[in-house]
Design a protein around this ligand. Structure first.
Ligand code: SF4
Ligand code: MG
Length: 316
């Protein structure tokens, strides 16, 4: 049984009597224990909303999220408490997610105190956690503003790790960081996964980082999944026009390869998710769109073993 099962998840926001923003619209995927699954798409595609539904920050409009086989919205009080420890989130902006008036010791130790540790135990554990993320005990009495962006993200990670989680949702954890720092944080997340047996959902807006960290990739567009496959398969046998476009947007360092990779432009901006039409949501921006694409929504179906795509043009 997968550790996490997202089944036909929908999250709608009713904006007015006639307007419904369908942030997430019938999304299903699973995450096995010890795996990293990446959720990729442009901002506004519903990936963060999906992540928030998976940590009980949002109540789904329809569908369900199962953790260890249990619907996370139907947990008993005791199970909720357990869930809050097992599932943690790391946020995109490490600054706004850290309380500026709390010291590092207070920030990282907050969850431990809530779970009934003594101050001495908390101090010892915070010190160890800071070492785990490449900081040290001299940092304990300092405040978030005294740190660089990369260090602040390390503090956020130490906080997430403090309660010995099983599953961490990383919501664009490196997007706000300098490129030079990004690889360090990614490598650290990978090492932590190995040593602590963690399972990750990794949310990202492009495919470049995802290649190195994920076992499987789920590509979202305007609230729906357009393609999902194991990472190798997705990169070597890319099928959906949207995934192809995302892939061709990654800058290629090798000029020979850059020439070989035809660039597939995406026309215009991501459309509004308010009252989406019942057709392919990518149709307006897809260079391959036909009449059928504007009148019928393509179903997500298996096109190769473990490889699913939603496009009328893909045989399988
Ligand atoms: Fe493009 Fe049509 Fe496929 Fe949608 S269904 S991605 S519009 S070809
Ligand atoms: Mg987001």
């Amino acid at each position: 049984q997968p550790l996490v099962q997202v089944n036909h998840l929908c999250k709608y926001f009713h904006i007015s009597r006639k307007e419904t923003l369908k942030a997430v619209d019938d999304v299903s995927f699973t995450i096995n224990k010890g795996e990293t699954v990446s959720l990729v798409g442009e901002s506004g595609c519903g990936k963060s909303t999906t992540g928030r539904c998976m940590i009980r920050l949002y109540n789904p409009t329809k569908g369900e999220v199962l953790y260890d086989g249990k619907d996370i919205m139907k947990l008993s009080r005791a199970e909720q408490k357990e869930f809050c420890k097992k599932v943690q989130m790391i946020f995109q902006n490490p600054y706004s997610s850290l309380n500026p008036r709390m010291t590092v010791k207070e920030i990282v130790g907050e969850g431990l105190k809530q779970h009934g540790m003594s101050q001495a135990e908390v101090d010892a554990k915070v010190e160890k956690l800071l070492e785990t993320v490449g900081l040290n005990k001299d940092h304990m009495s300092r405040f978030p503003h005294e740190f660089s962006g990369g260090q602040r993200q390390r503090i956020g990670i130490a906080r997430a790790l403090s309660v010995d989680p099983e599953f961490i949702i990383c919501d664009e954890p490196i997007s706000a960081l300098d490129v030079s720092i990004q690889a360090q944080v990614i490598n650290m997340l990978k090492n932590l996964q190995e040593t602590m047996g963690l399972t990750y959902l990794f949310i990202a807006h492009d495919l470049s980082v995802v290649k190195y960290i994920s076992d499987r990739v789920v590509v979202m567009y305007l609230g729906t999944i357009v393609e999902t496959a194991e990472t190798e398969e997705l990169f070597s046998n890319t099928l959906h026009p949207y995934t192809k476009a995302l892939l061709s947007a990654i800058p290629e360092a090798d000029p020979k390869k850059a020439k070989a990779n035809e660039r597939i432009p995406i026309k215009g901006e991501i459309p509004s998710p308010i009252n989406p039409k019942d057709c392919c949501r990518f149709a307006e921006r897809c260079q391959f769109a036909t009449d059928r694409c504007f009148s019928e929504m393509p179903k997500l179906r298996e096109v190769a073993p473990g490889h699913m795509a939603a496009c009328h043009l893909i045989e399988g």
